[in-house]
Design a protein around this ligand. Structure first.
Ligand SMILES: Nc1ncnc2c1ncn2[C@@H]1O[C@H](COP(=O)(O)OP(=O)(O)OP(=O)(O)O)[C@@H](O)[C@H]1O
Length: 901
């Protein structure tokens, strides 16, 4: 598995421990992809673990790496200016890192492409990485390896839990639940604790549980209050104050005013009845209230943890019985496996079938402490260089200004904590200061609003607008802005509306659809939810477990057929083979089913496939749907769009229902405190913790805004509510610059569209006017795709790796070799957008007096009218877009014949 050593170790300048902290759009992910290419020069892809936050990001990372590799492979003449610029930047970064020159790098590029495409890679989400570890070591964690990933029904667990309590316990629980004003949901509370289970355990170990009798403290308080009531009979207002209960007392100014002045003499209402002894007694009273709250807190925690432990154990029991574990559970299990030395690290590598030589982590600011602690021993080992002689490295990138997942355990403090931890081992933090994403006006706007000083790389000015809306006309306004962009030459496909909640997505989507607009949302784009894929999954589930009649019905209703034993008699074998058969027999071939088919090839058994299918969250690229993207800001992190409309929050914000404050210091949980109204007035320690929490809540909100505003490349339009806006940024109405029209009408080679590996099956031979040309024999599609890909990458091993499972590669090889000599040199796979449709020309040759278009077809059918229509369409497109003459040909690969259209 070890790759050939390609780099002279003495010249290799690669920093073994490196982090990049930089603002949005400054090229962190770009840098990570470059670093990956540097590492490909040193190691096999299976030993390079690249961690992303979402599946979408993992897929994009793979695509980016492939895109970069092909950029390096292409001649400069084949690239436009932007691509040439990117190519040079990649070369510089990689060469600097490895201490090699451009020639040396480019000389190896075919090898690197092959290396990447012919080996499994470990580019994945943090959840799937951790899940993979648990699957291999489930025995050591005491669970079965075929566990499902998912959530069990929490309400049922809670009912079971309540049933398990005896009368005393039950009453105690009710008492606690009633006592706490904000204690709205025990269940929520337990779940919240579970997130931080092991950290809380540590804190609880240090709590001294001996609790004095709370009644004694209350008695002391009453005594002092009574002495004041007697002594202040003359001062009505003050006298009333001492008749209140302690919670009421804290609602008025008396205590704060005393604390500020140091004496009751200056406190309002005391003038007439003040006596010097009062100050000391009042101080005592405050101290007792504080002690009372502390008691209350301890009792609360003590009881609660008793119940929580009970709840947790019961939940684990049910989870084990049902064999279902959530990602959080998986994290906990892996944490204990790795941190409590239940498995040896060498054993870990052995079982994982790969050595983790290099770790790259994207969006590090959103990593949780548990997640980091799973990686920590691995990184420690890399840092200390113990145990292995090979080159090993750790690299992470992030931006603390974009930390928006605190509610899920994300801890931005980790960024600098980790940097500090490895500084003694030579870790360096690199900063980037140029924004490569956004047009100048957008960069300037963001700089001003967030106090930054980023440089804009773009030479375009772009457009920024802030407008005010009312909640009632919000959608109307969004529509108005879309029309405005349209009028300025922007296509719907190039517009994204960023919203705060999933409800806003649903409502806005419905509104725009009623206006006749097409929209793309996550739900719509998910492969799993496309009818073909949904039908196949249902049938697979049914075949796995024939008791699931509902799945059979789902399948039948989706394909609109009656049950026919023969058709559904699918032999249980490798999932990929089964799916192929289902597709075949039921005519279920489209982009979604092909992606599912490819995805299934990673599973050896039906059981594994069915158990894991919930994790298959791949989406069809939004770009492939014609319409306006509507996405939540949280989901838009890491993405970029040409034109962005940010819509203020329309649904009400959830009030903070948690009744515990968690206080972190240097990324470690230091304290937990029970929220009691106004406790901060008398308890300075509590005050610090509360203020800290408030500060973090504001920061979270500000970060969400920062993420939203920095997604835009060309235009940014912010719609702010004039009543209850959620924006903290100071936003006055403005309109700066000009809208940049969509670039679809330009003759433009978009390398981004190179589709390999995971995305390849989306590529139909024909995109334009799909209805007419769509082949429905997937073998032919794969053969066609494999041939296309052969021409594109000219690496038959890579083709075998990708298509080997799906079509006869020997046939592909033969045809490819025969055809290659008969075709002229030109630009391959040229995508274009014309009349709102995406198309792709197989081969485009530029000559002095015009263009030659060649479209390959695997075989020549009897009726070629459809093919001819397609080529004539290409001729029209090219002539219109370039204002030059074009000639079109069909090339039939099987008979090696080129025919003029
Ligand atoms: N050095 C570079 N040369 C050319 N283009 C670049 C360079 N760095 C970044 N880009 C381009 O700028 C855009 C933003 O880059 P990238 O997505 O890597 O930024 P980021 O820092 O990861 O952003 P975010 O924090 O928002 O995720 C991308 O389109 C990328 O291709």
């Amino acid at each position: 598995m070890k790759s050939e050593k390609l780099i002279d170790e003495k010249r290799n300048m690669m920093k073994k421990l490196l982090s990049v902290e930089a603002s949005a759009g400054s090229g962190k992910t770009f840098r990570l992809a470059n670093r990956y290419i540097s590492l490909l020069n040193l190691d096999n892809p299976v030993n390079i673990v690249a961690i992303t936050f979402t599946n979408k990001a993992a897929n994009e990372m793979k695509e980016r790496i492939v895109k970069f590799l092909f950029l390096l492979k292409k001649n400069d003449e084949e690239l436009d200016e932007k691509e040439r610029n990117e190519k040079n930047n990649i070369i510089n970064m990689v060469c600097n890192e490895l201490g090699i020159n451009k020639k040396e790098l480019l000389y190896k590029i075919d090898y690197l492409i092959k290396l990447f495409l012919t080996n499994d890679n470990n580019i994945q989400t943090i959840d799937s990485f951790i899940n993979k570890i648990l699957r291999k070591f489930s025995f050591y964690a005491g669970i079965r390896s075929n566990f499902d990933v998912g959530d069990i029904n929490i309400d049922n667990v809670f009912n079971e839990f309540l049933k398990s309590l005896d009368t005393y316990e039950f009453n105690k629980l009710i008492e606690i639940a009633k006592k706490e004003e904000k204690f709205t949901s025990l269940l929520e509370f337990f779940e919240n604790l579970y997130e931080k289970d092991k950290e809380i355990k540590k804190i609880m170990e240090n709590v001294k549980w001996r609790i004095k009798n709370e009644n004694n403290v209350m008695e002391e308080i009453e005594k002092i209050k009574n002495s004041f009531i007697l002594a202040t009979a003359e001062c009505k207002q003050v006298n009333n104050f001492f008749k209140k209960n302690i919670y009421e007392m804290l609602k008025v100014k008396t205590i704060p005013s005393f604390l500020e002045n140091g004496s009751l003499e200056k406190v309002r209402g005391f003038k007439k009845c003040y006596e010097p002894w009062m100050d000391r007694e009042f101080e005592k009273l405050i101290e007792y209230i504080k002690i009372y709250f502390n008691f209350k807190e301890k009792i609360f925690f003590k009881n609660l943890f008793y119940f929580y432990e009970k709840y947790k154990n019961l939940k684990w029991k049910i989870k084990n019985e049902e064999n279902i574990f959530s990602f959080k559970d998986i994290e906990h299990l892996v944490y204990y496996l790795l941190r409590e030395n239940k498995i040896d690290k060498d054993f870990l590598y052995f079982r994982l079938d790969s050595k983790i030589n290099h770790i790259l982590m994207d969006e590090f600011q959103d990593t949780s402490i548990t997640q980091w602690e799973i990686f920590e021993p691995l990184v420690d080992e890399i840092a200390s260089g113990v145990g292995r002689s090979e080159e090993r490295s750790f690299f992470y990138v992030g931006d603390v200004k974009q930390a928006i997942y605190r509610f899920r355990g994300g801890n931005k403090e980790l960024f600098s904590e980790v940097a500090n931890r490895y500084k003694p081992f030579g870790l360096e933090v690199e900063k980037l200061d140029t924004n490569f994403r956004s047009a100048k006006n957008i960069v300037n706007f963001v700089n001003e609003k967030f106090g930054l000083n980023e440089k804009a790389h773009s030479d375009k000015n772009g457009y920024v607008e802030v407008d005010e809306i009312e909640k009632e006309n919000a959608f109307e306004k969004v529509y108005e802005k879309i029309e405005f962009l349209n009028k300025n030459g922007v296509k719907d496909k190039d517009i994204a509306v960023l919203v705060f909640t999933n409800d806003d997505i649903l409502n806005l989507a419905e509104f725009l659809e009623n206006k006749g607009k097409k929209v793309v949302t996550a739900k719509k784009a998910e492969v799993k939810t496309q009818p073909s894929a949904k039908a196949i999954i249902s049938l697979m589930k049914y075949l796995h477990n024939k008791k699931l009649k509902i799945e059979k019905l789902n399948f039948l209703s989706l394909i609109g057929k009656k049950w026919n034993e023969e058709e559904f008699d699918i032999k249980i074998q490798r999932p990929v083979k089964m799916i192929k058969e289902i597709m075949d027999k039921n005519d279920l071939v489209d982009e979604a089913s092909l992606k599912l088919l490819y995805y299934s090839s990673r599973y050896d058994t039906l059981e594994d496939f069915v158990n894991d299918i919930e994790n298959f969250s791949e989406e069809l690229p939004y770009k492939e749907f014609d319409g306006i993207t509507i996405i939540t800001i949280h989901k838009s992190k890491g993405l970029e769009f040409d034109n962005v409309i940010v819509l203020d929050r329309l649904t009400k914000e959830m009030s903070d229902r948690g009744n515990i404050l968690f206080y972190y210091e240097n990324a470690r949980l230091k304290e937990i405190k029970l929220k009691i109204p106004n406790r901060e007035i008398i308890d300075p320690e509590y005050r610090i913790i509360k203020q800290n929490e408030e500060k973090l809540v504001l920061e979270d909100k500000k970060n969400v805004e920062y993420v939203a505003f920095t997604r835009a490349k060309n235009s940014l339009i912010i719609l702010k509510r004039n009543d209850k806006s959620i924006f903290l940024t100071d936003l006055e109405k403005i309109q700066i610059g000009e809208v940049i029209p969509s670039s679809g009408n330009k003759y433009n080679v978009i390398l981004e569209k190179i589709k390999v590996k995971l995305r390849n099956y989306g590529k139909q031979e024909v995109k334009v006017d799909e209805e007419e040309y769509k082949p429905n024999d997937y073998e032919a599609i794969f053969l066609g795709n494999a041939l296309h890909y052969s021409f594109e990458c000219e690496d038959l091993e890579a083709v075998r790796n990708i298509y080997g499972d799906f079509c006869n590669i020997e046939e592909v090889k033969k045809l490819y070799k025969k055809s290659k000599n008969k075709l002229p040199n030109g630009k391959k796979e040229v995508p274009f957008i014309y009349n709102k449709k995406v198309g792709r020309i197989d081969l485009l040759v530029e000559e002095d007096d015009g263009f030659i278009i060649i479209d390959y077809k695997s075989t020549k059918p009897n009726d070629i009218r459809g093919y001819e229509k397609q080529v004539r369409h290409y001729i029209e497109v090219v002539e219109n877009l370039t204002a030059k003459k074009a000639k079109g040909y069909l090339f039939y690969i099987d008979i090696q014949k080129k025919e003029k259209v």
